[in-house]
Design a protein around this ligand. Structure first.
Ligand SMILES: NC(=O)c1ccc[n+]([C@@H]2O[C@H](COP(=O)([O-])OP(=O)(O)OC[C@H]3O[C@@H](n4cnc5c(N)ncnc54)[C@H](O)[C@@H]3O)[C@@H](O)[C@H]2O)c1
Length: 441
């Protein structure tokens, strides 16, 4: 049965708390693609295809022609930052995209000016800026954000909105009493509870207003019971945490492969150097701890040492991030993987990935924005596990282990799209191609 999905007519506003390297690379890339002076490589919604039906049918449409997604021509951008730089100035400072390309987009980029942020240095120690709101308590700050959103929607004639957190990684905060219910959370906002950082205030505001919310950083943000409950009440799709780019992307490609062949692993050492503002923020131990927890969660979930003790018990898994300014956004990562095979013979794999962090993250922002807008129009709400594909620490339902294996995540994503459009789900069993004349089932 095909799901009833509202048509994506009109303008989609994409709201971005945090207009730094990722956000401006994303915006510039979309604008360049609209002008046909750039290609949105890495974006499944724009470039990916999906197989439908049997392999012999040869139906492989582009995803954007298969499900009713908003068109990139109909997107408008808004956001908040603690710095006053418009999107052009911020993109120049981020140094990801060449100035010659940015100059061709200058008029549009200069018009995108960040609204004053809800920010406190308490949660991101390495930054200070002046484009910041003030209010008597966190509820009052939330109300100011709601007013920003109302004005933005009206001035830009948006029909629908989505929000993607592209702000800095906040210090490590554990889930506690205040996060347990909508009531305790709202009370926490009124009494300025310290366990409610800015990212949670943005998430609260989005979800309260039925605006789909995705969290690109590893801080908890919408991943607490109160906001999950709120998302069900307001019919809002939510998802997070932490865009899966660079080193963790590689990890979730390689680890499932090794496990598939029952190859053992003794140790996995991952080190990075990066020199952008994100690297500077992560140089603070509080913010690094948040990132470390996110990066470390991946291997156990893929390898399941509890079911495969001989192969994966006691893996030495270490992750290091080193702030090294000369590299800017061009992160370099090294992985040393100590593996063992037949009869326990030891081997090693070395990976040296010279990546561009924001170039890998930008298409994720676009896909999340378009897919969560689709989810909303399809009447889906709460945690959208089918979008785990894009996250390092995917949010999953209560009592469910998150799925980290990139290939299982992709299958889930594609089957969800097929399900929405009433197409057969694909299991890859394929016996029917060989036993058509026998009743094998
Ligand atoms: N680039 C990647 O590959 C990647 C991957 C995973 C996660 N992330 C996460 O995405 C986020 C953005 O990364 P980036 O490279 O663009 O960093 P960045 O430092 O260039 O940009 C972050 C921006 O957020 C702003 N900010 C901080 N707190 C804010 C607040 N409360 N309200 C509004 N603005 C606020 C900062 O001023 C800054 O301009 C970071 O949390 C990063 O860890 C990035």
């Amino acid at each position: 049965m095909k799901r009833n999905i509202q048509s994506p007519e009109g303008r989609l506003g994409i709201l971005l708390p945090g207009m730094g390297a990722v956000a401006t690379t994303f915006i510039s890339g979309v604008l360049a693609s609209v002008k046909k002076i750039g290609t949105p490589i890495g974006s499944l919604t724009q470039m990916g295809t999906i197989r439908l039906g049997k392999r012999t049918e040869e139906r492989n449409p582009r995803i954007k022609d298969f499900v009713p997604l908003a068109s990139i021509e109909n997107i408008v951008f808004g956001g908040w930052d603690i710095y006053h730089d418009n999107a052009y100035e911020a993109a120049i400072k981020a140094g990801v995209i060449e100035k010659t390309l940015l100059d061709q987009l200058k008029d549009e980029l200069c018009k995108i000016k960040p609204m004053p942020a809800v920010f406190s240095k308490e949660y991101v120690k390495r930054l200070s800026g002046t484009n910041v709101k003030s209010g008597r308590n966190k509820m009052e700050l939330a109300e100011q954000l709601m007013e920003d959103i109302r004005k933005f929607k009206e001035e830009n004639k948006c029909d629908r909105l989505v929000m993607v957190w592209c702000g800095s990684t906040e210090i490590y905060i554990e889930e506690s009493e205040v996060h347990q219910s909508i009531k305790s959370f709202e009370e926490g906002l009124r009494i300025n509870h310290p366990a409610i950082p800015p990212s949670m205030i943005y998430a609260y505001v989005a979800i309260k207003n039925g605006i789909p919310y995705a969290n690109g950083a590893p801080n908890l943000s919408c991943d607490v019971p109160a906001l999950i409950e709120l998302s069900r009440v307001t019919n809002t799709p939510i998802m997070g945490k932490d865009f899966k780019t660079g080193q963790t992307l590689m990890k979730t490609i390689i680890a499932p492969g090794l496990k598939a062949r029952a190859i053992g692993i003794n140790g996995w050492f991952s080190s990075n150097i990066l020199g952008n503002r994100d690297g500077e923020v992560l140089d603070d131990p509080g913010s690094f701890k948040t990132k470390e927890v996110s990066k470390l969660s991946v291997l156990d979930s893929i390898l399941e040492p509890e079911n495969n003790a001989e192969l994966y018990k006691d893996i030495h898994h270490k992750v290091r991030i080193n702030y090294y300014p000369p590299r800017g956004d061009n992160k370099e990562s090294w992985d040393n993987i100590d593996i063992f095979g037949w009869l326990g013979y030891k081997m090693q794999i070395k990976i040296n990935f010279l990546c561009r962090d924001s170039i890998l993250a930008a298409p994720i922002v676009l896909d999340l924005a378009l897919f969560m807008d689709l989810a909303k129009r399809a009447g889906m709400s709460g945690i959208q596990e089918w979008l785990s594909f894009y996250f390092k620490s995917p949010q999953a339902g209560e009592k469910l282990n998150p799925q980290h294996d990139l290939f299982k995540q992709l299958m889930k994503l594609e089957n969800t799209l097929r399900h929405m459009q009433g197409e057969d789900l694909i299991t890859h069993l394929g016996l029917e191609y060989y036993n058509a004349d026998q009743n094998v089932f």
